[in-house]
Design a protein around this ligand. Structure first.
Ligand code: BTN
Length: 246
């Protein structure tokens, strides 16, 4: 599945590096970019990705032609990547603890353990950059109390260290499987992200850029939209930030 691996000790962001490689047309097949430390890890929008020693930060660059992922499926790549991370964590921890928080977070017992940043390579490269950050052996005890309250790591949850190569291998194996389900338009793929939706049944407020939507979340639709039942009826939201959960 992965044809080439590039390892860094320190880099600004594995996604930046990946996008740069796509720009210079140096990618074929699936390329993995790994780093021990990121100095400017990015999250969605203006967000930064906090990570310290012992976490995992990597980007997988895939050629969408090779993976038979036409452009209409690209918006679902982020949820599919999140699902792959959830499934890998379930293999390591057992089921029931991990959830997908739409649109791009992975939660462990209500706290963020990982983030996904999917970016489209410069046209016409047809590349997708799947960036994944996961708190593994780093402890949130080193973070601010505000972050401690809403984030966690595998170490914080289990009290033990993990072999990061095992975690990485499990995620990559799941990515290969889930991306191929997406390419095959497996109708059960949506069931898998729906059953792991952290917001389902909750009262939510979503800032989708143009408007704020409040209501009860019904879950994630087959095309990746979040369905929120508002006073005006159900609304399908394709992108945004969850600003409140009850
Ligand atoms: C988020 O929480 O909004 C997404 C965080 C994504 C972080 C990962 S770490 C590897 C890759 N490189 C980056 O700069 N960001 C992603």
């Amino acid at each position: 599945f992965v044809k080439e691996v590039i390892c860094h000790k320190t880099i600004d962001s594995t996604n930046n590096f990946a996008l740069e490689l796509c720009r210079s047309n140096q990618v074929s097949g699936a390329l993995l970019i790994l780093t021990e430390e990121q100095t400017a890890g990015r999250g969605r929008g203006e967000n930064v990705w906090w990570s310290t020693d012992g976490s995992l930060a990597f980007s997988l660059v895939i050629d969408t032609d090779e993976f038979r992922l036409p452009q209409e499926l690209w918006p679902q790549a982020s949820l599919t990547t999140g699902l792959a991370v959830c499934m890998a964590l379930e293999q390591l921890l057992g089921e029931g603890h991990v959830a997908l928080k739409w649109p791009n977070d992975v939660h462990l017992q209500g706290r963020k353990i990982g983030g996904i940043l999917v970016e489209v390579g410069p046209r016409p490269s047809g590349k997708l950059v799947l960036g994944i950050g996961l708190n593994v052996n780093n402890s949130l005890a080193e973070a601010s109390s505000e972050l401690q309250a809403r984030a966690t790591s595998l170490f914080d949850f289990t009290g033990r260290d993990f072999m990061r190569t095992d975690v990485l291998t499990a995620i990559l194996a799941q990515l290969e499987q889930q991306l191929s389900r997406l390419a095959l338009r497996d109708p059960l793929l949506a069931n898998d992200w729906q059953s792991r939706c952290a917001l389902r049944g909750k009262t939510v407020e979503i800032d989708s850029g143009k408007k704020r939507v409040q209501g009860t979340c019904q879950g994630i639709d087959v095309d990746g939209a979040l369905v929120v039942v508002t006073e005006e009826g159900p609304q399908r939201i394709f992108g945004g930030t969850v600003t409140h959960i009850d």
